[in-house]
Every structure is written in structure tokens, then in C-alpha cells.
Design a protein around this ligand. Structure first.
Ligand code: NDP
Ligand code: GDR
Length: 349
């Protein structure tokens, strides 16, 4: 039975990847952080008491900032594959905690790579690289050969992790890959990322639990896919003869405002826009209520205006294809958040 270690198993991608690897028969080990409140909500459905029989999912305390915990896990588990998904993953927040973001997102990667090298394990390594590396538009669509232009402390940290992964591959002949993943979302997406923030707020507005949604830049364009499809690409990257780096994207891009329009329309509240710049408002045409306003606190010191990926290398070499369309993604997230808002409303009495 193959063993895999996932950092960031409690996050959106970690939960889908753990499901995928368990379904493929792996023994799955996840690094989790000590927290004062439960942080395992996304994996509770696959977790079983380790005292039961035939358990294949194990959780271990550790931290990407703590090399000793990483080395202990490597020695004890001796995994065939490591997926480094752990990160301070919020771009806006990285401007508030730039040094911490560098510690976790940049140095975390080298701590694992160095751990693999030192222990002499024959472990394949996956690094969760990001389309944020492309930052300011140099060319579109963005592909493996497009130069990087990071625009945030998050992206700068991820650039280090990208290059150190390539460097360990070339220096020590390690099987180490970068998946350059464009934005991917799901009903499990963190509530402060824009897609989930919109679907959650729109559902609550629909049910009268909330009045208005405050957003930042509505004109940013993103290439949004479904996280469930993207974790399959991570696994495929570690099953090849040779380690390499791949762009994973849909090849379509939409504005934040378009995402919002589709969500509100799905809930029977078609939007119209009035005003300009910071004074722009989204109005629910069925009630005339202002349901979206701009709050400049959500603007970023430097913005990434346009992301559009070209996944042809992954299609050609990995045989990877997206299965979920943009429309299906919007509907899936909206419908799940409507159900959640209904539960919230019932609980309110
Ligand atoms: P999430 O923010 O949902 O999950 C991040 C995970 O990292 C959580 O499990 C979190 O733990 C863990 N983590 C944070 N800090 C540490 C630390 N110091 N030590 C150990 N673990 C830590 O991210 P996603 O699932 O969306 O993304 C997964 C990875 O892919 C990230 O590296 C992200 O930067 C990258 N990425 C994501 C994309 C996307 O669109 N989703 C696109 C491209 C790259 P806890 O639950 O305790 O907070
Ligand atoms: P991103 O995702 O920065 O692309 O990083 P996010 O959803 O945070 O922002 C996307 C775009 O929406 C604009 N925006 C807002 N964003 C947030 N979070 N909140 C708002 O209120 C808001 N209003 C407008 C942003 O300015 C931005 O242009 C995600 C993360 O998952 C990273 O870890 C990952 O590497 C990249 O995707 C690819």
C-alpha cells in the first residue's frame, strides 16, 4: 500500500486530495496544526477513530515552520509521496503578515525538501505553486514558459518555493514537481476568498439573514476551476516517469462582477450596476435593494488584473481534462450555500 503525506490536509485542496488518495487505496497521513478551535471540519467525513480496524487516514500534529516536526513525520511515515499544500494562502492577508507568509510558504517547502534529502528517502514531492506567480500580465494565456512577475508577499514566497523545488530536482535528482494551479474553488472554499464570499453572502441575502455584501475590485479576471478536478492533476504529476512542472487551468477567464451576476441570477435576484469606482453598487432588480457595495479595504496594494491559463501541456502529457464547467461550478457553490443558509435560518428559529 502506497503512503502519502499531505501538508494542508485540513484546507480545501487537502480534503479533496485525501478523498482521492483514499479512493485509490493509499494510506494517507495528514499534517495538522494545533488550534484552539476545531480545524478538521473539511475532513471529518473521512476521518475514523484510529482504534477501529483498517483505518487508512492518520493525522499528526506538525507545522511547516517547525523542521523538527517535518523530519519526525518523514522518518516515521517514510511516505512514497508528499503533497505540500500547507500555506498561508490568502493573497490580501499576505500584505498584513508578509514575513510569516514567507516562513510558511517559502521556507516550508525547503524544510520538506531538505528533510527528504537528509533522510535519504525516495519520496516524490509535489509543490502547490500558483498562477499568482504570473502576477502582472506579461503574456496571455499564461503557460509554463511565461515569465513570472509576482505582485504580493504571497506570490514572492511561492516564487521561492517554485524555484527551490526545481533546484532540488536538478541538484539532487529528486522527483519534485510544481503544479502551477490557477484559482480553483468549491463549496469547501474558505469563506474569505471572493467566490465563496459571494455565494455565501448572496444566499444569506436571499433568505434575509444579511442585507449587503462588501467587495473590493470587481474588474479582476480569474480562470476559475473546480478543486475536485484539480487534485487529480496533482496526483497525475507524481505518476509520471519524469518530474516536471505543469499549468493547471480551464483556459477561460471571467470578471469578479460576472461571477457575482451569475450567483445572484441563480438565486432569482438579477443584478444591475449603478455608479462608478468606489461608489459602484449592485442592485437586486426584483426588490430595488442595494446588495453589493464597494469597500476599499478589500483593494490590494498591488493587484493581479488578469489570469488566464493554458493547460495544453497537462492535457497532452498527463491526459488531464477539466470535468466541471464554470457554470456548473457557480451553480454547485451557490446551491450548497443556499442549503447552508437555510440551516442557519432554521437554527435562528
Ligand atoms: P487553504 O487555505 O484552504 O488551506 C491551507 C492549508 O494549509 C490548511 O490546511 C492550513 O491549516 C494549512 N497551513 C497553514 N499554515 C500552516 C503551517 N504553518 N503549517 C502547516 N500547515 C499550515 O488553501 P487551499 O486548499 O485553497 O490551497 C492549497 C495550496 O494550494 C496552498 O498552498 C495554496 O497556496 C495553493 N494554491 C491554491 C490555489 C487555489 O485556488 N485554491 C491555487 C494555487 C495554489 P489550517 O486549516 O489549520 O488553517
Ligand atoms: P486570489 O483569490 O487572490 O486570486 O488567490 P481571491 O478569491 O482572494 O481574489 C480573487 C480576486 O477577487 C478580487 N476581490 C476580492 N477578493 C477577496 N478575497 N475579497 C473581496 O472582497 C474581493 N473583492 C474583489 C481580488 O482583488 C482578486 O483580484 C487565490 C488563493 O487561493 C491563492 O492561494 C492562490 O494561489 C490563487 O488564488 C491562485
Amino acid at each position: 500500500m502506497k503512503k502519502a503525506l499531505i501538508t494542508g490536509i485540513t484546507g480545501q485542496d487537502g480534503s479533496y486530495l485525501a478523498e482521492l488518495l483514499l479512493a485509490k487505496g493509499y494510506e494517507v497521513h495528514g499534517m495538522i496544526r494545533r488550534s484552539s478551535s476545531f480545524n478538521t471540519g473539511r475532513i471529518n467525513h473521512i476521518y475514523r477513530d484510529p482504534h477501529e480496524k483498517d483505518v487508512r487516514l492518520f493525522l499528526h500534529y506538525g507545522d511547516l515552520n517547525d523542521a523538527s516536526s517535518i523530519n519526525t513525520l518523514l522518518r516515521n511515515i517514510q511516505p512514497e509521496e508528499i503533497y505540500n499544500l500547507g500555506a498561508q494562502s490568502h493573497v490580501r492577508v499576505s500584505f498584513d503578515v508578509p514575513e510569516y507568509t514567507g516562513e510558511v510558504d517559502a521556507l516550508g517547502a525547503v524544510r520538506i525538501l531538505e528533510g527528504i534529502r537528509e533522510t535519504g528517502l525516495n519520496t516524490k514531492f509535489y509543490q502547490a505553486s500558483s498562477s499568482e506567480l504570473y502576477g502582472k500580465v506579461v503574456e496571455t494565456p499564461q503557460k509554463e514558459t511565461t515569465p513570472f512577475y509576482p505582485r504580493s508577499p504571497y506570490a514572492c514566497a511561492k516564487a521561492y518555493a517554485f524555484y527551490i523545488t526545481q533546484n532540488y530536482r536538478e541538484s539532487y535528482n529528486m522527483y519534485a514537481c510544481n503544479g502551477i494551479l490557477f484559482n480553483h474553488e468549491s463549496p469547501r472554499r474558505g469563506e474569505t476568498f471572493v467566490t465563496r464570499k459571494i455565494t455565501r453572502a448572496a444566499a444569506r441575502i436571499k433568505l434575509g439573514i444579511q442585507n449587503c455584501l462588501y467587495l473590493g475590485n470587481l474588474d479582476a479576471k480569474r480562470d476559475w476551476g473546480f478543486a475536485g478536478d484539480y487534485v487529480e492533476a496533482m496526483w497525475l504529476m507524481l505518476q509520471q516517469e519524469k518530474a516536471d512542472d505543469y499549468v493547471i487551468a480551464t483556459g477561460e477567464t471571467y470578471m469578479v462582477r460576472t461571477f457575482a451576476e451569475k450567483v445572484f441570477a441563480r438565486l432569482g435576484m438579477p443584478l444591475k450596476w449603478e455608479g462608478e469606482g468606489e461608489g459602484e453598487k449592485g442592485i437586486d432588480t426584483t426588490t430595488g435593494n442595494v446588495v453589493i457595495q464597494i469597500d476599499p479595504k478589500y483593494f490590494r496594494p498591488a493587484e493581479v488584473d488578469l489570469l488566464l491559463g493554458d493547460p495544453s501541456k497537462a492535457r497532452r502529457e498527463l491526459g488531464w481534462e477539466i470535468k466541471t464547467s464554470f457554470e456548473q461550478l457557480v451553480n454547485m457553490m451557490t446551491d450548497e450555500d443556499l442549503k447552508m443558509a437555510e440551516r442557519e435560518k432554521r437554527a435562528e428559529g
